[in-house]
Design a protein around this ligand. Structure first.
Ligand code: GTP
Length: 391
């Protein structure tokens, strides 16, 4: 490490500043580009600015403050570093758990900074590194939690562990000159600025990508899959059914839905759609799929299910909805088709066409389930079979 002791401290400081400023600029540009999702970066960004302020405190103090004032700006470096690292630890939490209470972060970071300011070189020189170690542990914990989903989190955990190792050495090792410790701290800050920004941005981008991918296949109103999400899974399930088993689909259409909208308003109509999805999901197995086919139409995919089993699932959903006390009351009709039927023969288009045909028949009477062809094909005629709108 002989080379290390010969590094020019001013050059090291200049590199450190350039790196800190560059990383902050990258984060600000990223934030500006995020639009609505910008809140996910803000807590981390505050942390980065506090760390940047810590880097700038001494050189700016020397540059701007008159010598006669005799203000030692190095006194605020540790409080700023502590507060900055704490905000960054919380920034990781925001990324993995969503919005958090800002008031708590402000109070804790202020307390940390004030304590650091007070104990600085007055009580015991080991108190500050010990405080840093505590914040470091929080950084590592949150980075490990992020690391379960994103590799950037693992990078953050490694960088935070390097920081921790250095701080532990500061607590335990004696005999290092302040210059030597200062140089190591500068080098370490550069490592942290580089790897923590890279790790955080990787987590952020992957998180946004995952959310966009999920949103593209999810119906925003009901949380059920949309047609785009359902089709590839249905295709996969039909291929599986061709090899080892059966598969049925239930195409459901809410009855008199337009009149619910017209008489009770669109928000009530929306609630009915949400209630249908919640009730139907409660009647399905984990391997079954439920998707919004469009408007007030939903498709239920039942792997390893025969026509008879699909009929009983559809009737169970009808019964569950009928027993629900919440207003407004509503019903639905369903057309059912099975992949192994002679007319279908594991053909996706045929399967959907047959289910649609049977739904059309069911809609003649409403609140009905149809699973076979023929003129009088309704299996279960509803007690509430009127053409009256739901109320
Ligand atoms: N509230 C709400 N309404 C929707 C949504 N999507 C489609 N609709 C409405 O659903 C209604 C569907 O009307 P129709 O196709 O006539 O169906 P219906 O009134 O149920 O008639 P039947 O199917 O014959 O019983 C239309 O008025 C659409 O505006 C939605 O997301 N929310």
């Amino acid at each position: 490490m002989e080379w290390f002791n010969h590094l020019d401290p001013d050059a090291l400081l200049a590199f450190n500043l350039i790196l800190g400023i560059s990383m902050s600029v990258i984060l600000v540009v990223t934030r500006l580009g995020l639009g609505n999702a910008a809140g996910r970066v803000d807590v981390w960004l505050v942390g980065s600015f506090l760390l940047l302020a810590a880097r700038l405190a001494v050189p700016l103090g020397q540059l701007l403050l008159p010598v006669a004032w005799e203000v030692d700006t190095s006194e605020i470096v540790f409080p700023l570093v502590l507060a900055g690292l704490y905000w960054q630890a919380e920034g990781m939490r925001v990324l993995h758990r969503g919005p958090t209470r800002l008031r708590r972060i402000v109070i804790v970071s202020l307390t940390l900074a004030v304590v650091a300011g007070l104990v600085q070189s007055r009580i015991d020189e080991r108190v500050l590194p010990a405080l840093l170690c505590a914040v470091n542990l929080l950084l590592i914990r949150n980075a490990v939690l992020l690391g379960r989903h994103f590799w950037g989190g693992r990078l953050l955990a490694v960088a935070a562990s390097i920081l921790l190792t250095f701080n532990v050495l500061m607590v335990t090792a004696a005999g290092h000159s302040p210059e030597e410790i200062g140089r190591r701290a500068l080098l370490l800050e550069m490592v942290w600025a580089l790897f923590s920004t890279a790790g955080f941005l990787q987590c952020l981008y992957q998180d946004i990508r995952d959310r966009l991918a999920a949103a593209a296949v999810t119906d925003a109103l009901t949380g059920a899959m949309n047609r785009t999400g359902l089709m590839p899974m249905l295709r996969r399930d039909i291929e599986l059914a061709r090899r080892d088993g059966d598969l049925s689909v239930v195409l459901c259409d809410l009855d008199h839905f337009k009149s619910i909208n017209d008489t009770l308003g669109h928000p009530t109509g929306d609630k009915v759609l949400q209630r249908f999805v919640a009730k139907a999901k409660g009647c399905l197995r984990a391997s079954d799929l439920l998707g919004r086919w469009g408007g007030e139409e939903f498709l239920v995919v039942l792997p390893k299910s025969t026509l008879a089993e699909a009929v009983s699932v559809a009737e169970r959903v009808q019964q569950t909805i009928a027993e629900c006390e919440a207003a407004p009351k509503f019903t639905f009709s369903a057309g059912i088709a099975c992949a192994s039927e002679a007319r279908v023969r594991y053909n996706l288009e045929e399967l959907l066409a047959v289910a649609d045909e049977r739904l059309y028949v069911a809609k003649r009477t409403r609140n009905t389930v149809v699973s076979t062809d023929g003129p009088a094909s309704s299996q279960r005629e509803s007690e509430q079979r009127s053409d009256e709108p739901a109320s």
